[in-house]
Design a protein around this ligand. Sequence first.
Ligand SMILES: Nc1ncnc2c1ncn2[C@@H]1O[C@H](COP(=O)(O)OP(=O)(O)OP(=O)(O)O)[C@@H](O)[C@H]1O
Length: 262
Amino acid sequence: MSKPPVAPPPSTVAGPRLAARAVDLIREYGTGSSRVRALDGLSVDLVERRFTAVMGASGSGKSTFLHCLAGLDRATSGQMLLGGTDLGALDDAALTAIRRDRLGFVFQDGNLLPHLTAGENIDLAASLAGRRTDRAWRRELVERLGVADRLRHLPSELSGGQRQRVAVVRALLGRPDLVVADEPTGALDSESGAALLALLRACVDEFGQTVVMVTHDPSAAAVTDEVVLLRDGRAAGRVDRPTRRTVLERLGALATPAGVVA
Ligand SMILES: Nc1ncnc2c1ncn2[C@@H]1O[C@H](COP(=O)(O)OP(=O)(O)OP(=O)(O)O)[C@@H](O)[C@H]1O
């Protein structure tokens, strides 16, 4: 007896392999009259081994999407697929395991634990997971990000930009398949921002990782392979091989009512 056809998981669909796919994602916060729909039927494909920027006006749902993508938040409905795994179908323990094994997340504010030194923050995930740290890779990361001399300091003794860079080391140390970064250059001066973007670029080009980054900065977006635009919690087009100029144009068009391009 022949089995009914089963849809292939996204990572085996012909064409570029997908690192992740959002399907009709809805995320609501609050109830009743205070209910906010942060994501309103968002569908997005994220191609593996590509550097993707997520852009859109303030409040368009970028951070909410990133949190769903990284398994830090659950959608109200719709699917968030990581490879072939539907994150919404996982219990908390399985979700934690995926975050630990496959994801690196850089938060807007660094999100370091205040009572641990920068170095201890960097090593915490590996030691909790009982994993051995790749010392050479750790040394390369702290040097490339310019925090080698700050590792014995508490987060409160670091600048915002240093905290951000320590958080990047922490996120990249385990060589996760998917690196998710929420405005990683937001707190950095232009030189540190450029070094960080070059490192994220290297994650894709040299190490075969997938990077997804929320940014408001068209120059940062120009370092990526592709920009996904959001508007009012929905997909509002993409910019392939973006330049600062094409990104600015598309963001400008998005700001007008007729500007949504599928
Ligand atoms: N925890 C929450 N509780 C209630 N509303 C929320 C929550 N998180 C986000 N929102 C709302 O959802 C919408 C989308 O927010 P989100 O932070 O995803 O947007 P964003 O595009 O990342 O914005 P920004 O560029 O300003 O960071 C906004 O209207 C926001 O106020």
